[in-house]
Design a protein around this ligand. Structure first.
Ligand code: ADP
Length: 320
């Protein structure tokens, strides 16, 4: 391939810029032309194309969000929308596209490939909820951001002997909740993957902890379970311990990417261009046991990702 496009789609994630930079510079290094497609699939349909040179991705490695901006594009979910996308790409001379995004974006990438525009997906989402990859770009940074916020809330909770219920992002996946529960010393992580019992999983550890002299308690709840405000009210009513809920919200999305996310994005960008250079599309780039690999998009999306079995137990044991 001689001319490729790159776009970011769906929820933004820190490290997307590092991936864009990697795709552009790897493409240029291989003698390709690289077009940026602004605003995700919306921009593809509207022809928002822009030629990229090496300097156009200068000074973005350390920035959160995505310089190409993102969108949610309803039209692209229809067959006619995808067909128009392929036509627009062909008109611009594109022979392949790199899509940086989450599972929704990858379904669009698969449709583009099936309609004749080879497309490769790079997993960029803070939720870490793509089946075929150990890690997604943005997850590590989001963990750090949430860790900072929880550490601050803990200072206050400790000073006032309070219980804190903290709701973190993750609609269908509890990776952020489970990991920070361990990293921040929570009594419990309440996640969508695992049913919970209010009495045994939340109230009992708090009461037992109080008997052992604990002066503050932390419960981390994933957005997909939700109800953190009601949960806090209920804990206070049952235990008599003052309890506050904090919903961290969009603070978790932005910010400068960690070294790990910059490395992951750089490695994945290079791999995506290597695939397109060989004329290979309909693939998701992934990391498995620290190797960069790739999978058929649908197979990759269908792969089940298991929460490491010991993670939930670890939180329980370590909060003793
Ligand atoms: P994410 O990629 O972060 O999961 P979304 O689910 O919002 O975010 O998907 C981003 C975009 O991908 C959507 O706005 C839509 O244009 C496209 N998309 C999502 N699901 C599909 C689908 N099933 N088929 C085709 N395109 C899709």
């Amino acid at each position: 391939m001689k001319k490729i496009g790159v776009l970011t789609s769906g929820g933004d994630a820190p490290g997307m810029n590092a991936a864009i930079r990697s795709v552009v510079r790897m493409g240029l290094s291989n003698g390709m032309e690289v077009l940026a497609i602004r605003k995700g699939y919306t921009g593809l349909l509207q022809g928002l194309f822009e030629p990229m040179d090496a300097r156009s991705v200068s000074d973005i490695l350390h920035r959160g969000g995505t310089i190409l901006q993102s969108s949610r594009c309803l039209e692209f979910r229809e067959e006619a929308g995808v067909k128009k996308g392929v036509e627009m790409a062909r008109k611009a001379g594109l022979e392949g596209i790199v899509v940086i995004g989450g599972d929704g974006s990858f379904r669009g990438a698969r449709d583009l490939s099936l309609m004749g525009m080879p497309t490769v997906g790079i997993p960029g989402t803070i939720d870490n909820d793509i089946g075929c990859t150990d890690l997604t770009i943005g997850f590590d940074t989001a963990l750090d951001t949430v860790k900072d916020a929880i550490d601050k809330i803990r200072d206050t909770a400790q000073s006032h002997e309070r219980c804190s219920v903290i709701e973190v992002m993750g609609r269908g996946a509890g990776y952020i909740a489970a990991y920070v529960a361990i990293a921040c010393g929570a009594e419990a992580a309440i996640i969508p993957e695992q049913p919970f019992d209010f009495e045994t999983d939340i109230i009992k550890p708090i009461i037992d902890g109080k008997k052992r002299g604990k002066e503050n308690n932390l419960i981390v709840v994933a957005e997909g379970v939700g109800g953190s405000v009601e949960m806090a009210e209920h804990i206070e009513k049952v235990t008599g311990i003052e309890t506050r809920a904090t919903v961290l919200g969009h603070i978790q999305r932005g910010g400068s990417p960690t070294v790990n996310d910059r490395m992951l994005a750089s490695r994945m960008g290079i791999h995506a261009v290597k695939l397109l250079k060989q004329g290979i599309g309909n693939r998701i780039v992934a990391i498995k046991n620290n190797d960069i690999v790739d999978y058929d998009i649908l197979e990759g999306l269908d792969m089940k990702k298991m929460m490491p079995g010991d993670i939930m137990n670890m939180a329980k044991i370590l909060s003793l």
